[in-house]
Each structure stands twice: as structure tokens, then as C-alpha cells.
Design a protein around this ligand. Structure first.
Ligand SMILES: [Zn+2]
Length: 222
């Protein structure tokens, strides 16, 4: 496998700076999310970049490690838009009435966004490398070419076991993907990425192929 041009040190540093502080509670500096502007009409979203709250639970739910870093690095390398959780707040992938989705709604009113890619993390024991959630096709809003091109880009980097709506369909709860397509009218896909592809420290090559696949897919949409 060819070594991809991914800056592992930058990935580790980004995670360290923005997401790991306070035991993955992030940085409390105003809004509980961050938006980085882009020059191409694609938004990469990482709502679980830090710990998040479900009502009635005394402890926040665990973060999806490196998903915020992935969003930030893709914004830098492709010129796409990025949005990620920055500090603990209501779970944006569970509640529609939350600051993250209010901000998302405002963003797409002002800016042209053709596709929302919402990234998440799955445990290492899962059978898939990536499970693409499309609410069983509904969240693509007739744009099945986005899904086909994404699968082609990931497989093109040698990533096997890319499933579609296998475990995480993005349709079982108030996900960002469901909200984007149903409420905002923007095609969306949820990526549940296995931990073994989100660990640049232990597994830089896998992290590199993931980034390269996502990078090519997004660049081609620009
Ligand atoms: Zn998640």
C-alpha cells in the first residue's frame, strides 16, 4: 500500500488542541460548536467530536475520537466547509432542538451547500470499516450518485467492508443526516467510521487512506 501524504503530527496536534481538553469536553469559549468556512459547497460535520448530553443521563456520552480532527483537516485540504462540536451540549445526533442544528439551519440559509457529510465513530469490534447511513436511501434526495462516488473513492484507496445502511441507517433517531435531508432539503450521508481507521497514532496508514479517500471524493465535488 502506498503511503499517503497525510500529516500525522498535524492530526495528533489538532485533536490535542481542540477536542481532548478537559477529558474530551472541549474548550468552553462561547458557542458549543465551531464552523469553518469553505469555498466548495460541501459541509463535513462532526457533531460528536466531544462528549455530549442526553437528557436524563447523569454523565455525558463518549466522544467519537478524531471525527472533529477529520472535519478540520478536510476543510484545510479540500476547501470544504466544516462544522464540529466544540464543547459539551445536547446531542445533535439525537435532538432536533439543539444549538448545533439551529446553527446548521442558519448556515445553509446563507451559504450554498450541496451535500452534508456527517461523520461519526464506531467501535473497533464492528464488522464494517465504514457504514454509510442514508435513511435507506431517503437522505440522498434522489442524488444516489453521491453515494456511488463516495464508495468508489473509498474502495479506490483499498478500503474494504464499506457497508450501506447496515447497522447505522441514520434513520432511527433525530440524526443530523435525517434533519439535513428532511428539514433542510439538503442531501446528506452519515459515515460511521471504525476506530481502526481513526487512530493516527497507532494506525497512521489506515488513517491516511481514509483521509485520502474522503479528500478525493470531496475535491471532485468542488
Ligand atoms: Zn457519533
Amino acid at each position: 500500500m502506498e503511503q499517503p501524504a497525510i500529516d500525522v503530527a498535524a492530526a495528533l496536534k489538532t485533536e490535542e488542541l481542540f477536542f481532548k481538553p478537559n477529558g474530551y469536553r472541549g474548550l468552553d469559549a462561547g458557542a458549543s460548536y465551531t464552523i469553518l468556512s469553505g469555498s466548495i459547497p460541501v459541509l463535513v460535520s462532526a457533531p460528536h467530536a466531544v462528549k455530549h448530553i442526553r437528557k436524563g443521563n447523569t454523565e455525558p456520552k463518549e466522544e467519537d475520537e478524531y471525527t472533529g480532527t477529520i472535519a478540520r483537516l478536510l476543510q484545510e485540504s479540500t476547501g470544504c466547509w466544516a462544522m464540529h462540536a466544540a464543547s459539551v451540549d445536547l446531542d445533535p445526533n439525537f435532538y432536533d432542538d439543539c444549538p448545533y442544528k439551529h446553527a446548521l439551519r442558519e448556515l445553509v440559509k446563507k451559504e450554498r451547500i450541496r451535500l452534508i457529510i456527517d461523520i461519526h465513530g464506531a467501535a473497533e469490534w464492528r464488522a464494517f470499516n465504514i457504514d454509510l447511513g442514508t435513511c435507506r436511501g431517503d437522505s440522498l434526495l434522489e442524488h444516489s450518485e453521491y453515494l456511488d462516488d463516495l464508495i468508489t473513492a473509498l474502495r479506490g484507496e483499498g478500503i474494504q467492508s464499506v457497508f450501506v445502511d447496515s447497522v447505522f441507517t441514520a434513520g432511527a433517531q433525530s440524526t443530523v443526516t435525517r434533519f439535513a435531508s428532511r428539514e433542510l432539503g439538503i442531501p446528506a450521508v452519515q459515515l460511521e467510521i471504525n476506530r481502526r481507521l481513526r487512530d493516527p497514532e497507532r494506525n497512521p496508514v489506515y488513517f491516511g487512506v481514509l483521509m485520502q479517500g474522503l479528500h478525493s471524493f470531496i475535491r471532485d465535488l468542488g
